[in-house]
Design a protein around this ligand. Structure first.
Ligand code: HEC
Length: 119
């Protein structure tokens, strides 16, 4: 009887350990590509969510022909500390926090982490 109890206990423990370790596997969100492209992934966010206001009269100028230079020249991007970028801080504070989705902000952050290339 005692042996059966130990067997059950050992089985349960193994189950918990296995299940527990399975739960810790973290998959990257599917919408983040391996290499984020500025022109294909980031500019469309500006086009859809920002250019209605940031169209030249308001810094940063996020129109396709000017956005990259405007972000770099205005020092909105901090490649050494991506989360500290002026751009990311803006997108985390009201009312700008509602102007891009969580997934879009994540994509922008990964783009900066990858070196904020004009790719
Ligand atoms: C409804 C109009 C509007 C939209 C849409 C908008 N913005 Fe803005 N944004 C402003 C205004 C007005 C300011 C200046 C006042 C302020 O700092 O909040 C500003 C300021 C900023 C600044 C700080 C500029 C500085 O020099 O301090 C950044 C960065 C910025 N916006 C990025 C964005 C991005 C990225 C988007 C799209 C996801 C966006 N904005 C969408 C109106 C808008």
């Amino acid at each position: 009887m005692k042996r059966l109890f130990y067997l059950l206990f050992a089985g349960m423990l193994t189950g918990i350990l296995l299940f527990g370790s399975c739960e810790k596997v973290v998959y990257p969100p599917p919408e983040i590509p391996d290499t984020v492209s500025y022109s294909l992934d980031i500019q469309p966010i500006w086009d859809n969510k920002c250019v209605s206001c940031h169209n030249g009269g308001l810094d940063p100028d996020l129109r396709p022909e000017n956005s990259y230079a405007s972000l770099m020249d205005g020092e909105y991007i901090n490649v050494d500390e991506p989360g500290e970028s002026k751009l990311m801080k803006k997108l985390d504070s009201s009312p700008h926090d509602a102007r891009a989705t969580k997934a879009e902000k994540q994509l922008i952050l990964v783009w900066i982490e990858e070196g904020a290339k004009n790719n």
